[in-house]
Design a protein. Sequence first.
Length: 71
Amino acid sequence: MVALDADTGKLKWFFQFTPHDSYDYDSVQIPVLADMDWQGRPTKVMLWANRNGFFYVLDRTTGNFSWVSPS
């Protein structure tokens, strides 16, 4: 996942879902963007059910990893 600044085109953050991907798990699923309470505070999150078999939650403003669970 790559996040770019729409005004400048510069990289804001990135996240690699499957490090050392020897099986070529292309993550072509559509992420779900949501504004929700996460761990007691309002957060803009990205929810992603990845092809590698895990469900991810990332902070979509910073790219910080929040949570993962096997799907």
